[in-house]
Write a protein that binds this ligand. Sequence first.
Ligand code: IPE
Ligand code: MG
Length: 245
Amino acid sequence: MTTGSSRRSTPRPGDRSGPVPGHIAVILDGNRRWARAEGRDCAWGYLRGGDRARQFLGWCDAAGIDVVTLYAVSLDNLRREDDSVAASLRAVAVTLRQLARETRWRIRLIGRIDLLDDRIVRQLRDTVDPTHAVSGPTVNIALAYSGREEILQSLRVLLSTPEGITQAQAGLTQDMLARHLYTGGLPDPDLIIRPSGEQRLSDFMTWQSIYSELYFCETGWPGFDEYHFERALAHFASRSRRYGQ
Ligand code: IPE
Ligand code: MG
């Protein structure tokens, strides 16, 4: 674990050699603070964050990363009393339309999508469903997402059929549970990035993050540029992953 501001032996762009993450996940944090610092409203911050996410996906594709998960709205965020969630979802809708037009990404929505406004959900699904035929990298967009809720949801699915109940009674295994997570069939994230200076996971990839390398930096998400990206990848490449061994 490191912070982007740590000076001691901080990897620099160009230092990258060695493994590249197969699955990279990002907590898209600090959009409102970024906007406030620029004297703008949060809607502007989320749109800039969306532009950054599209650029980020381009860098990931160029680096050969197969799966990207972007945490845009948490389940906790839905309790916010201001209009920031609506503004954030509008920016997600704009960004996904732009991404879908590129026909370069397989886009999936993950999280408690059922809790979002029906009209927005219909609009988002109409945008992303046609991308399921694309053979490019997978992009998971986490909306109303909670890692704990994801684990519960997996158990609910597993226990919703007589076969599942019998299987679980005979011996519930990690594989059985992992299969019904939103990320079922995908590798766990190798690297999780959180910008904006916070160093916590906030209910993100709760099951999947046990061996994830973590990278934190101070900039708000809209300021996360290619330099930060290279530093995050260089940090990842310099880690010795032992998986508890
Ligand atoms: C984003 O926080 C929430 C998630 C990434 C789940 P915001 O970007 O809304 O705004 P800040 O952190 O208040 O600046
Ligand atoms: Mg935040």
